[in-house]
Write a protein that binds this ligand. Structure first.
Ligand code: SF4
Length: 363
């Protein structure tokens, strides 16, 4: 059966420090450090970890002058292009551009003086720095006198976000600036989806997708997958950041999983299919799943491994896996590409699955 692939919306290609975002480029994975940027050594360590996990672009916060002062070293030593997250300070934007960052993230609504925005545009244009123009629900509502968020009304809020974006973009487009990436974020999934749908129909600049303030992994991963998954399925989105509190490496792994699940990026390493467990379960597979995941976490060759909790429905569900185990009472049946290999005892399951998987990956 042929499953239709997602057709990506056409956008302009924007070069971000040698990584193309938009156009025919794959959806890019980005993340953000949570170290103080002024601590260049700690920030570089985290950037390397994020790059190792699959981040192709990394953003760092630059609230103070000593943060931008660290950027030169960070840019020089980072394995991936660096984006400076500029909040209120126009000076930080100019300092970051001078330090050689590939992109800055700007919310022009937070920089009230239009001349200052024009100076940032001029400096970025001269340096070849891309700019992400971001509107966030919070700042848009805060800065729009008389506009109050009514939680039952998504549309006026989304209209306001789009109107603000149009207002900001006038300045950029009038200056002929052509390295733009756009974003519209909210903590609310429905608002994020609606705003990005509108952005995508109105402009063809590449879109950065994300959900703000999504909480910890438990809520953040689900909200991000709901919003970003809905948009990506419609072909909308050129770079994504899944964000939640905690280790940002986990954000990158979640982003990789999301894109691989949607077949927008090739899966690297293990795809684990695990039985959700039910009343037929005869061997508790929870620990087995985690042990197999950990043992095969370094694999880079794509491989599908299924760990199923019974010999009744397990074989059918595991049919399409490269390696599968169907656990029964005190023993399990090992399968390779749907073919029965042998029966193993319960305490051999992890070793047997890992060994069979490694025969396929060659490790
Ligand atoms: S594989 Fe067996 S135990 Fe696991 S959910 Fe399916 S039927 Fe239940």
């Amino acid at each position: 059966m042929n499953v239709p692939e997602i057709t990506r919306r056409e956008t302009r290609a924007v070069d971000v420090g040698g990584v193309v975002v938009g156009g025919a480029a794959p959806v890019r994975i980005q993340s953000m450090t949570n170290t103080p940027t002024r601590d260049a050594a700690a920030t570089l360590n985290q950037i390397r970890e994020l790059a190792g996990a699959g981040a192709e672009l990394v953003r760092v916060a630059v609230p103070q002058a000593d943060d931008t002062a660290a950027l030169k070293r960070i840019v020089a030593e980072s394995p991936v292009p660096i984006i400076a997250d500029v909040h209120f300070h126009f000076d930080r934007a100019l300092e970051a551009i001078a330090a050689g960052v590939a992109k800055i993230r700007l919310n022009p609504g937070n920089i009230a003086d239009r001349d200052q925005v024009l100076r940032i545009i001029d400096a970025a244009g001269a340096a070849g720095t891309a700019i992400r123009v971001g509107v966030n629900e919070g700042s848009v509502v805060e800065r729009s006198e008389g506009e109050q968020r009514d939680s039952d009304l998504v549309s006026p809020l989304v209209d306001l976000m789009i109107a603000k974006m149009a207002e900001y973009l006038e300045v950029f487009e009038a200056s002929g600036f052509d390295r733009l990436v756009l974003s519209a974020k909210s903590h609310d999934v429905v608002t994020t989806v609606a705003a990005n749908r509108l952005l995508s129909t109105r402009w063809n600049w590449p879109l950065h997708l994300g959900v703000t303030h999504s909480g910890t992994a438990q809520t953040g991963a689900i909200r991000s997958a709901a919003a970003l998954g809905a948009l990506l399925c419609e072909g909308i989105g050129d770079t994504i950041r899944i964000s939640y509190a905690g280790d940002p490496v986990a954000e990158v792994e979640a982003a990789r999983e999301l894109l691989a699940s949607l077949r927008l990026r090739e899966r690297k390493g293990i795809e684990l299919i695990a039985c959700p467990t039910c009343g037929r379960l005869e061997t508790d597979i929870t620990d087995i799943v985690e042990e197999v995941r950990a043992a095969l976490s370094e694999e880079t060759e794509p491989i599908t491994v299924a760990i199923m909790g019974c010999v009744v429905n397990g074989p059918g569900e595991a049919q399409n896996a490269d390696v599968a185990i169907c656990a029964g009472k005190d023993k399990a049946v090992l399968y390779r590409s749907g073919q029965r290999v042998r029966t193993v005892s319960a305490d051999e399951i992890v070793a047997a699955v890992v060994a069979e998987a490694r025969k396929i990956t060659g490790n």
